[in-house]
Design a protein around this ligand. Structure first.
Ligand code: C2E
Ligand code: MG
Ligand code: MG
Length: 383
């Protein structure tokens, strides 16, 4: 593959591999955009010729995004973001094609670059905040943990949800300092709750795949934050997406062996979305499966979702792994989950993610009465 790419470019052009199936080419001396288009077309053709690997014919397709350097571009980072957007444009149009960064894309780019820059400042200015969503034991309503979810108190745009900035932070690398801050802040908060005597058994934080790839930094961040706050490793849970673990399994990553050695818990976020290999469950010490919202949402309306959720709960039980249902919104879902043997849940039905101050009130009570019971207080107190 690299051979073919090198064959396509001139000696003075730069070919780089970003990992996986992502490559970049820096083409120099381009006087006309069509030159870049011509190179992309040539690469597309070269890569489309079948490869012979161990006697098998393998065909691949390629998508190419092109950005032209102009002096008003903010720098290499801005250029990469634009190339990326063009690449996604190319992918949307179907495989085996190339696409230029367009005016329309340009607007999106502008927003992204601004957000990436503002995000760095937000970290320094303390404009990021962790909200917490309680996790509840279904049988008793006891709060058995909280998940930290980041929010951005943006100076002009108000409160921003992670979907507005985490993907951009991941693409620009800003997610690394951000992720470090999240771990540190969650540990600090946990310590405060300890001092008040209301600490939940676990605090969970979301870890992006980008953080996970910088394995040794992640380990170091976690260790330092735990030590700084003076909380036990077993109280901290790292939530990893299924896809991250799949990849780690393929690469025989040592991070996943190391993290539990530190004593922190590992949870699989959004379990049941997209990936079918369950091998990682046999390889890595996972403490908890989080059944994806998309599955839980439909358990009472679609028998297939119900079957998948029941099977996942059984699987977790057989492996001796805890299981929690995410995105629980209705009493019907709670009934279904209890009947299916699920012991834990998290969702708007119990509480939305709330500020540290508000969740502290809930922690002081220690339990969240299911809405159905809360709805009948008059009769029950009268009785
Ligand atoms: P997630 O980790 O799967 O978090 C659950 C998301 O579902 C949260 O959205 C939460 O507010 C929402 N949710 C909880 N219960 C319900 C419910 O009953 N119904 C519905 N419709 N939604 C519910 P949020 O806070 O917007 O976060 C979205 C995603 O952003 C998270 O998904 C997580 O992947 C990511 N994220 C959040 N905080 C961080 C962070 O600190 N670092 C990183 N890397 N990612 C984060
Ligand atoms: Mg999560
Ligand atoms: Mg989730």
């Amino acid at each position: 593959m690299v051979e073919r790419l090198k064959e396509a470019v001139k000696d003075e052009d730069l070919v780089a591999r970003f990992g996986g199936d992502e490559f970049a080419i820096l083409q120099t001396d381009v006087t006309d955009p069509t030159m870049a288009g011509a190179l992309a077309a040539k690469i597309g053709k070269l890569l489309a010729t079948p490869f012979t690997i161990e006697g098998h014919q393998v065909r691949i397709t390629s998508s190419i995004g092109i950005v032209l350097f102009t002096p008003d571009l903010a720098g290499p980072e801005a250029m990469m973001v634009q190339a990326d957007l063009a690449l996604y444009g190319a992918k949307d149009e179907g495989r085996n094609c190339y696409r230029f960064h367009s005016l329309d894309l340009d607007q999106q780019v502008h927003e992204r670059v601004t957000i990436a820059e503002e995000l760095r400042l937000a970290l320094e200015d303390g404009d990021l905040e962790l909200y917490y969503q309680p996790q509840v034991e279904l049988a008793t309503g006891r709060i058995i943990g909280v998940e930290a979810l980041i929010r951005w108190n943006h100076k002009t745009r108000g409160l921003l949800a992670p979907a507005c900035f985490i993907p951009i932070a991941e693409r620009t690398g800003a997610v690394l300092p951000l992720g470090q801050w999240v771990i540190d802040e969650a540990c600090r908060q946990l310590k405060l709750w300890h001092l008040e005597g209301i600490a939940p058994p676990t605090v969970a934080v979301n870890v992006s795949s980008v953080q996970f790839k910088g394995a040794s930094e992640l380990e170091r961040d976690v260790e330092e934050s735990l030590a700084r706050a003076g909380v036990e490793a077993g109280e901290l849970e790292l939530e990893l997406a299924e896809s991250v673990l799949m990849e780690a399994t393929q690469k025989h990553s040592e991070t996943l062996q190391e993290l539990p050695r530190l004593g922190v818990r590992i949870a699989i976020d959004d379990f049941g979305t997209g990936y079918s290999s369950l091998k990682y469950l046999t390889v890595y010490p996972v403490n908890r499966l989080k059944l994806a919202q998309e599955l839980v949402f439909r358990v009472t309306v679609d028998y297939r979702n119900a079957a998948v959720v029941r099977a996942a709960i059984r699987l977790a039980h057989e492996l001796g792994i805890e299981v929690i249902a995410e995105g629980v919104e209705t009493e019907a879902q709670v009934r279904f989950l209890i009947a299916a043997g699920c012991e834990q849940a998290q969702g708007f039905y119990f509480s939305r993610p709330v500020t540290a101050a508000r969740v502290a009130e809930l922690l002081r009570e220690g339990r969240i009465e299911p809405v159905s019971r809360r709805a009948r207080p008059l009769t029950s107190t009268a009785a």
